[in-house]
Design a protein around this ligand. Structure first.
Ligand code: MLT
Length: 302
């Protein structure tokens, strides 16, 4: 019997794929395989018999990769499986940053008991006026599965989209709309764009890539979006930039105590991949990867 430990709940459509040769275990120490979503595994003791860890998601920064490599444990992620969910929330982020939807909803909530609410709508209209994204310049940093979808979708909404990714794969380049202006350096994006969205993994080179120095290269009143990883943004530097007005809006899927309370911040509790469809896709891919490895020794990244 192959024992599988789930460190986070994994969608039933994936779990149901396990044959009768697999059993769930609550005891990590007897696990042959681990399924995990966002639980941090760095401080966990990894059992000797552990063969594989599958992350139901794209980022693997919650998994101790070096430790796994040393013990011969194969680590899988599920690239692309939740890309559409994240793309849709990032597009919502662009709109939330541009139209005061949150202010408008809060106004209705505050005034819902007022019998004159319908008449007072006229006052709210000018108070919550916004701007349109059509014709504005969007810079997409990182053209992986999610970045390409965001770039193409924003382009279809009428934005002028710049993309930068020195490591873009052939498949992703193939899927990128021809209308996207593919630039060689992030600096070109910083200089040109009204909106900048990051879609890169968290690595030593990308940690705090949005900081005082990079922000200083951006346009005054730039809008920055982060639906990728929390530590891509230096929150102290972002706080300063919001205070000075250099950054007009910061939309993030990673609320941080340093900025969450500040004017201009729209923070969401890491909901990018929290859709039924994304969770199902990730679960199915992760379970298939584990079974294919345990049963056939295949290591596949899809
Ligand atoms: C990812 O890395 O794809 C996301 O963090 C997935 C998640 O929300 O768990």
């Amino acid at each position: 019997m192959v024992k599988v430990n789930c460190l986070n709940p994994i969608a039933a459509v994936g779990m149901d794929l396990f044959s009768a040769d697999y059993a769930k275990t609550e005891n990590m120490q007897e696990a042959d395989a681990v399924l995990v979503r966002s639980a941090a595994m760095h401080d966990l003791e990894l059992p000797e018999n552990l063969k594989a860890i599958a992350r139901a998601g794209a980022g693997v920064n919650n998994i101790p990769l070096d430790k796994c490599a040393g013990k011969g444990i194969v680590v899988f992620n599920t690239p692309g499986a939740n890309a559409n969910g994240v793309k849709e929330l990032a597009i919502a982020g662009l709109l939330l940053a541009s139209r005061d939807i949150v202010g408008g909803i809060n106004w209705v909530a505050e005034n819902k008991a007022d019998e004159n609410i319908a008449k007072n709508v006229e006052k709210a209209k000018s108070k919550f006026a916004g701007r349109e994204i059509m014709g504005k310049k969007l810079g997409v940093i990182g053209l992986g599965a999610i970045g390409v979808l965001v770039a193409n979708a924003a382009n279809r909404l009428g934005m002028k989209v710049y993309g930068c990714d020195p490591y873009i794969s052939v498949d992703h380049a193939w899927n990128l709309s021809r209308d996207i202006i593919h630039v060689k350096t992030n600096d070109e994006i910083y200089k040109e764009c009204d909106y900048i969205t990051v879609h890169v993994p968290l690595l030593d080179e990308t940690k705090h890539m949005i900081n005082t120095e990079t922000i200083s290269k951006m346009k005054d009143g730039v809008v920055i979006l982060n639906f990728a990883r929390d530590l891509l943004v230096n929150e102290d530097d972002m706080g300063e930039a919001l205070k000075s007005g250099k950054v007009a809006r910061y939309v993030t899927d990673f609320p941080n105590a340093k900025t969450a309370n500040m004017e201009g911040v729209i923070a969401i509790p890491h909901l990018g991949a929290s859709t039924e469809e994304s969770e199902d896709n990730c679960a199915v891919m992760a379970v298939k990867q584990i079974m294919d490895y345990i049963e056939n020794g295949n290591i596949r990244n899809s």
